[in-house]
Design a protein around this ligand. Structure first.
Ligand code: AMP
Length: 307
């Protein structure tokens, strides 16, 4: 099954209680494509970078069967740059710097070889660009999943509302769900957000797992309790990559299969946070992934006899 992934490819500078990094490769499309590459081949990326982007990283993407034919290179411009600092609990962070650079006037091009894709993952990016990608696909994908963040709610809410009408699944964190809906209760927030367009809503709650909503159904997936969380950057995107990757590989968009996909997404995210940046996602084995999923199964399985 074919998958197209859209999103930022970036340089990130991160600060966590465990240390600091200076300009490492990041970005939504980077994390999503690496994560989904363990499930589908090829993963087709649409993005834009500057002439300063790391060529070794592009090589790594090719080695993992990720196509960069849809990644534009603006030789004389700088790549998107984002800097963030995590608080002590690692569950919340603040954005220190967002320099859009090449993302500022990004006009996405969809190569012919990407047309006809069955699955589309709209990673974090300007909502009007996400919408343009949908419009430039010659046939409608079977499932469109979208991620976004508070930054776009602050500066492009009307455009975000337009894009939301066109997608099937929205994946955001609890803080963003509250901001978008104006509701504190996540159940009320979910109802309001699903009325904006997406039939399915995933609300990520960091170390407290994720909720999947559809109509009046709700499913909860825990996050794996880890001894050490080194760097949560990209966990949300890695989750999304595992989620859409699993769905594409099974070609089943039912709620029941989405429950499994959410566990696969959570398993992939649990690897991501173990090291800085994309480090842990570069060479996982299928066995490691299956063992991790088994840990999730063990975490929530129990026997009981109801009286
Ligand atoms: P996550 O931790 O999954 O929310 O994603 C972190 C990634 O999102 C980082 O690698 C950033 O480069 C990227 N990012 C941060 N802000 C934005 C933004 N406004 N638009 C697109 N990507 C962003």
């Amino acid at each position: 099954m074919s998958l197209v992934v859209v999103g930022s490819m970036a340089f990130d500078a991160l600060e966590t209680p465990f240390g600091k990094t200076d300009k490492i490769v990041g970005g939504a499309a980077t994390y999503i494509s690496l994560s989904s590459s363990y499930f589908v081949k090829p993963v087709n990326v649409v993005s834009v970078v500057g002439g300063d982007f790391d060529q070794d990283h592009i090589k790594l993407m090719h080695e993992r069967n990720i196509s960069t034919e849809g990644v534009q290179v603006k030789e004389n411009e700088k790549s998107f740059f984002w800097s963030g600092r995590y608080f002590n609990d690692m569950n919340s962070r603040e954005t220190l710097v967002t320099e859009l650079n090449v993302l500022g006037d990004f006009d996405p091009i969809i190569p012919d070889s990407y047309q006809g894709c069955e699955y589309l993952m709209l990673g974090n990016l300007a909502p009007q660009v996400q919408k343009t990608v949908i419009e430039r696909l010659t046939s409608k994908p079977k499932l469109i999943v979208m991620d976004t963040m508070n930054f776009w709610m602050d500066i492009a809410l009307p455009e975000l509302m337009e894009t939301l009408k066109l997608v099937d699944v929205l994946s955001i964190n609890d803080e963003e769900a509250r901001q978008l809906s104006g509701e504190y209760s996540l159940v009320k927030a979910a109802k309001k957000i699903m009325a904006m367009g997406p039939k399915f809503l995933i609300i990520k709650k960091g170390e407290h797992g994720a909720l999947l909503f559809n109509e009046d159904k709700v499913f909860f997936a825990p996050a794996l309790p880890l001894e050490e969380v080194f760097d949560p950057t990209g966990a949300g995107d890695t989750f999304a990559g595992g989620f859409i990757g699993y769905i594409a590989s099974t070609n089943d968009i039912s709620f029941e299969n989405m429950k499994r996909a959410i566990i696969y997404g959570s398993a992939m995210a649990s690897f991501c946070v173990e090291k800085f940046g994309t480090e842990r996602l570069k060479n996982l084995t299928q066995e490691e992934i299956e063992n991790r999923v088994q840990k999730f199964v063990n975490l929530v399985a129990f026997d009981t006899v109801l009286q």
